[in-house]
Design a protein around this ligand. Structure first.
Ligand SMILES: [Mg+2]
Length: 110
């Protein structure tokens, strides 16, 4: 999947949520809902990380699937992009800027 395909998917999901699940939400409510959802997804990713390290109780370990960890990384990225869209933040542009800052900082330290 290219970043363009992914951004198209995010735009489609955003439009879908605006006409279904989040119909009638104000923009403020949508932003808060997506922030809470991101927290939920981070929790699910944390569960998968603990399971991958064998640090979960037996019942949870039994429910674990091979794709679970990767799926939760994907969920965090998807919700992050949806939240950023709600707040008019261009994540790819921000990543480009941030990477350059990090490179400059690390190059100074070398
Ligand atoms: Mg999830």
């Amino acid at each position: 999947m290219t970043i363009e395909d992914f951004q198209k998917f995010i735009n489609e999901q955003d439009a879908l949520f605006r006409t279904t699940k989040q119909l009638g939400y104000s923009e403020r409510e949508r932003i808060l809902a997506r922030t809470v959802k991101l927290s939920e997804e981070l929790g699910e990713l944390s569960d998968e990380v603990l399971a991958a390290l064998g640090d979960q109780r037996t019942g949870k370990m039994d429910e674990r699937s091979v794709e679970g960890l990767a799926d939760e990384f994907a969920d965090v990225v998807i919700v992050t992009f949806l939240l950023a869209k709600s707040m008019d933040v261009d994540v790819m542009q921000a990543l480009g800027r941030k990477v350059e800052k990090i490179k400059a900082k690390h190059n100074k330290q070398l």
